[in-house]
Design a protein around this ligand. Structure first.
Ligand code: ADP
Ligand code: MG
Length: 551
């Protein structure tokens, strides 16, 4: 047996590790399962290139809780380690990794936004365990090794009699961390962090119902069998090629990702790029609802199929954080603060790539099936309008598909709207006026009056649209927007001959006289020009200033 002392400058880094990011203790399991996955993938690679002459087989990773013995086991069938490799990789590499990590970040805990998601690696085990054992057998011929460390820099290393290839990590769970001896807690963590990891992860057994044999009687119970309870899907949709996926595959994956979300997504965007950075993922446009789950079901960030965070602020442009789905990229630095992240060149490129893909998708949906796009407009407009306001590139691209609906249910692009109004407002060479309403019922009479005069009236009712109109007024030439009930609209509205009342002057005078007696002119004004429109025979309106006085 070897006894040794790990060579560290900090006398005892374990209390530090323990204190570090107290709330993030749970990541130890993600780190250990990641190591088990890495070890398995490395073996796969070595057998593929012929360096490891062993049968790769059908390896899995197993997690076992031993509640009585207060132990948690993480067992893999990966490449394993020889005694020398334990010395090197655990005592030196893992340790110096942890030390370096602490050196760099121990003073920045308050900036932990994303740092907290950066693992300490193997040594994060000491956040929850007061003793850790490694029993490992390399794929090479060397005997197995057994390493034990109780949280001080002292360790023991001896030979072991393990014969199957792979590594078993045994955590002796500390008194203050017994939550990690509960099946439900481990299940929760595995589901959170490892749901899509590439090697099957077994946690206990489950009962599977088999089909009844042909000769079974009506009320014979269906036969059952005990099978491994595999908690992950090793081949999630985003790791596949878009050409290999049907619409239903995307919908099913959405359900897998958000089991508590019953609303179907409107459409999805498959991200897949490997140069100049590596990124895959699937984004979904959800139906915008007031559902509380919307807040919870956020875009999830993965690195090589390991869950990192569902706070993608700084990585995805803000207007797209309303979307759902996953992005997976090894190129997003996680050991840095948010503010650094936003300034990082790679992250900037990723952010603008995502923006471009979303714009391209919207454009192709619009081009391929405009009717359907119009139907979805109400559900997606917030994201698009917000994007147009906040991202210049998106604003430019959105010109092709951003829609301006009218009170009559027509949808125009900006260009269509412009052409239409230009053709109508022949008397206005200087500036075209685009009328809009924000509430069809409240502004009904104004809308009807404007329509009667040949005006198209937009119905713009989203909360941020007024900002967007301002932006359009400053970027587009020679247009201005006016709300249909604004004071000055009367002056702007062109007198269109075809819409002028068919009443004779004599009839009008009579009607005027009649109305004067019943309607106080200082409070209301009477318009007769709408006589032949769909509106009432004449219109009584209350001037803007009168309405303000009431308030
Ligand atoms: P990292 O995974 O970033 O290399 P870790 O601290 O998590 O850092 O692990 C240190 C090293 O210990 C790994 O690089 C690997 O060589 C070795 N190791 C850890 N766990 C295992 C395992 N289950 N099987 C084989 N080697 C392992
Ligand atoms: Mg690791």
């Amino acid at each position: 047996m070897t006894k040794g002392s790990i060579n560290v400058s900090v006398e005892n880094i374990f209390p530090l590790i323990k204190k570090f990011l107290y709330s993030d203790h749970e990541i130890f399991l993600r780190e250990l399962v990641s190591n088990a996955t890495d070890a398995t993938m490395k073996l796969k690679h070595l057998t593929n290139i012929g360096e490891a002459k062993v049968d790769y087989g059908d390896p899995k990773i197993e997690i076992k809780v031993d509640k009585e013995g207060k132990k948690l086991h993480i067992i893999d069938q990966g490449l394993g380690m020889t005694k020398e490799e334990v010395e090197k990789y655990i005592n030196e590499v893992a340790f110096s990794g942890a030390e370096e990590f602490l050196d760099q970040y121990k003073d920045k805990v308050e900036d932990a936004g994303i740092i907290g998601h950066f693992g300490l690696g193997f040594y994060s085990a000491f956040m929850v365990a007061d003793k850790v054992e490694i029993i490992t057998k390399s794929f090479k011929d060397d005997p197995a090794a057994h390493w034990t460390c109780d949280g001080s820099p002292e360790f023991t290393l001896e030979e072991a009699d393990k014969t199957e290839r792979g590594t078993e990590i045994i955590l002796h769970i500390a008194e203050d961390s017994t939550e990690f001896l509960e099946d439900s807690r481990i299940n929760e963590l595995l589901t959170k962090y490892n749901k899509f990891m590439p090697i099957p992860i077994k946690f206990g057994m489950k009962t599977e119902t088999l089909p009844k044999p042909d000769d079974a009687k009506e009320d014979d119970p269906a036969p059952t069998q005990e099978v491994d309870n595999i908690i992950n899907n090793p081949n999630p949709a985003w790791t596949k090629q878009p050409t290999d996926l049907e619409d239903d595959d995307y919908k099913n994956f959405y359900r897998e990702l958000y089991p508590m979300q019953f609303e179907e997504p409107l459409f999805n965007i498959h991200l897949n790029v490997d140069y100049p950075f590596n990124l895959t993922g699937i984004l979904y446009f959800p139906k915008m609802t007031n559902d509380l789950n919307v807040q919870k079901d956020r875009i999830q960030l993965y690195q090589n199929q390991v869950f990192v965070t569902d706070n993608v602020e700084g990585i995805v442009p803000e207007f797209l954080t309303m979307l759902k789905g996953v992005i997976d990229s090894p190129d997003i630095p996680l050991n840095v603060s948010r503010s650094y992240l936003q300034a990082d060149g790679a992250v900037k490129k990723i952010s603008s790539y995502i923006t471009r893909k979303v714009a391209d998708k919207l454009k192709s949906l619009f081009n391929n099936n405009r009717g359907d796009f119009e139907k979805k407009w109400d559900d997606i407009k917030i994201v698009i309008e917000y994007g147009m306001l906040s991202e210049e590139k998106f604003f430019e691209k959105a010109d092709a598909f951003a829609l301006y609906p009218t009170v009559d249910g027509n949808f125009y692009t900006y260009q269509e709207l412009y052409d239409k109004i230009k053709a109508n407002q022949t008397d206005k060479d200087d500036k075209l006026v685009i009328l809009y309403a924000s509430n069809k019922d409240e502004q009904h009479s104004y809308i009807e009056a404007a329509k009667a005069k040949g005006y198209e009236v937009l119905l713009l009712d989203s909360p941020i649209v007024s900002h967007l109109l301002q932006k359009l007024e400053t970027t587009k030439e020679k247009i201005s927007f006016a709300r249909v009930d604004a004071d000055h609209v009367d002056n702007l509205i062109k007198k269109d001959d075809s819409k002028i009342s068919k009443l004779s002057d004599e009839e009008k005078t009579k009607l005027d006289e009649l109305l004067k007696d019943v309607i106080p002119s200082e409070k209301f004004s009477v318009q007769l020009e709408t006589m032949d429109s769909d509106a009432a025979p004449f219109m009584i309106t209350q001037p803007e200033f009168m309405r303000r006085m009431k308030e």
